[in-house]
Design a protein. Structure first.
Lengths: 146, 359
């Protein structure tokens, strides 16, 4: 039997585009998921939240959608910071979001990262959300509401 | 001793050499000559030079030789004599010939130095072929980009019009979330519109430009006029030192100055009026321009990245933009065989530098 983490306490969106964050919030909500959803527009704000959450409660479970191409500090910088801060990949599941085509080398490099559990094209849809839940957390949402 | 030297030079010259007499008989042929044409010395003895040409060309080419023999002079390689030769196997190939009469020789002896240029010609043909294919491909891409940009604008305008219609007529019937959706719909289609226009403009930059003498002070005045609203609104102070007349593409140079100056205004510090100073220095091969501002500056690690297409340094909520402006500036500068870079300290303003070739 495969081990599944419990549902995430928080779903975090890190994307500089407000419209995308708004759309993703609606999409995640409409997939019936009730974790708290928070959106940040910069790497800095997102990191600040993670640092304070994990320092308050070491075993918080967080699912984070990370836009890889952001102005200034980008998704790569964010992943580097997560490693520097010594976060636990057991508690932090990161799904990379991309708008542009990504080259194979970058893709492989991302998938080797212990936090990264998937790479998806923007924008997210309900099926993608379902898949992420099914693959990373204790059953799909449908299973939870039964 | 001397004779030995000359004999060696003759035999081991990298080009084939044939010595022939007034009626075109081969008198002597060197090592490379025998290799090129594939004959042994004995096979060529007493044969005419015509023997080494395709039969159909013998009348023309021997007439050329006849003319030469009447009035011999020194002809260097590649001048006048480019003819078709034939080897023992029947392979025909182009050769260049340098000719020289042997001085003080009553019977009339002539030296022909021969160079097989078939490989060179083949390479040349291939290059030309590839070049014309490339040109065609570039034209096609340019054309497709142009068409795509126009095609894309139509659905974007439709989305915009429809969402405007919704906003005008139905806004009171919408709940807060739908209103937000509508607002983002409007903003996204507006951004898409700007992106497509920017991309179109970038791709058209430098297509068939016409070079002229450009009065930079005059162009700068026009740019300031265009930016008038922004200048007034922000209280920007734009000063310039003595600026030159340069040779270049006026539309492109105007866009370059406009982009850099409007950037200097856009990335100003809060509560500080932008101060911008434009100068130019004459260097050996280039004009070196600088545009210095008192804005927010650019951290070290991004100073190269900012010139990349679609690269943006700030979230859209802080500074709007498509990430095309500086990429276009780079394209314009490179069109003028110049270079663009920035000197900056975060929080202490930026100085953009670019060079424009004097010719």
């Amino acid at each position: 039997m495969e081990y599944f983490k419990p549902k995430p306490d928080y779903v975090i969106l890190v994307d500089d585009c407000i419209a995308t964050n708004f759309l993703h919030q609606l999409t995640i909500m409409s997939s019936g998921h009730h974790s708290e959803i928070l959106a940040f527009e910069t790497v800095h704000e997102g990191m600040e939240f993670l640092e304070s959450k994990f320092s308050q409660q070491k075993d918080s479970s967080i699912l984070l959608f990370l836009d890889i191409n952001m102005p200034g500090l980008n998704g790569w910088d964010f992943l580097a910071e997560c490693k520097n801060d010594g976060f636990d990949p057991e508690n932090l599941v990161i799904i990379i979001l991309t708008a542009a085509a990504m080259n194979k080398d970058d893709e492989n490099l991302l998938l080797e990262n212990p936090f990264v559990k998937g790479i998806l094209p923007k924008p997210l849809d309900v099926d993608m959300i379902e898949n992420i839940w099914a693959n990373n957390f204790s059953g799909s949402f449908q299973a939870q509401i039964k | 001793m001397k004779e030995e030297i000359f004999k060696t030079i003759f035999e081991f010259n990298p080009d084939p050499i044939i010595v022939f007499n007034a009626i075109g008989e081969i008198v002597l042929i060197n090592q490379q000559g025998k290799i090129l044409f594939g004959y042994k010395e004995a096979e060529l003895k007493g044969k005419r030079i015509d023997f080494l040409m395709p039969a159909e060309l013998v009348p023309i080419q021997s007439a050329m030789r006849f003319n030469y023999v009447q009035m011999p002079d020194h002809r260097t390689m590649g001048r006048d004599f480019e003819i078709l030769a034939k080897d023992k196997e029947g392979r025909k190939f182009h050769v260049e010939i340098a000719l020289s009469p042997l001085p003080n020789h009553n019977d009339g002896l002539f030296i022909a130095s021969i160079r097989d240029i078939s490989v060179r010609e083949e390479t040349h043909r291939n290059l030309e072929n590839r070049n014309s294919k490339l040109q065609q491909r570039i034209k096609e891409i340019e054309n497709n980009t142009f068409l795509a940009s126009h095609e894309l604008q139509e659905p974007i305008r439709t989305i915009k019009s429809l969402s405007n219609l919704l906003e005008d007529n139905q806004i009171n019937k919408l709940d807060a979330q739908s209103k937000t959706c509508l607002r983002f719909l409007n903003e996204s289609s507006h951004r898409m519109n700007l992106l497509v226009k920017g991309l179109l403009d970038y791709n058209r930059t430098g297509i068939n430009p016409v070079a002229n003498e450009i009065e930079i002070p005059k162009v700068l005045d026009e740019v300031k006029e265009d930016l008038n609203f922004l200048v007034e609104e922000t209280g920007a102070n734009i000063i310039s030192d003595r600026l030159p007349q340069i040779y270049g593409f006026e539309t492109e140079i105007r866009a370059l100055l406009q982009n850099l100056i409007s950037n200097s205004i856009k990335f100003r510090k809060k509560e500080t009026s932008p101060r911008i100073r434009i100068s130019a220095n004459k260097e050996t091969h280039h004009w070196h321009f600088t545009i210095k501002d008192n804005g927010i500056g650019i951290p070290d690690r991004y100073q190269d990245k900012i010139f990349e297409m679609f690269y943006r340094l700030h979230p859209r909520s802080q500074y709007d933009g498509c990430g095309i402006g500086l990429a276009k500036c780079k394209k314009v500068v490179e069109l003028h065989n110049g270079r663009i870079w920035v000197d900056s300290l975060e929080g202490h303003g930026s100085t953009f530098h670019f060079t424009i070739s004097k010719n």
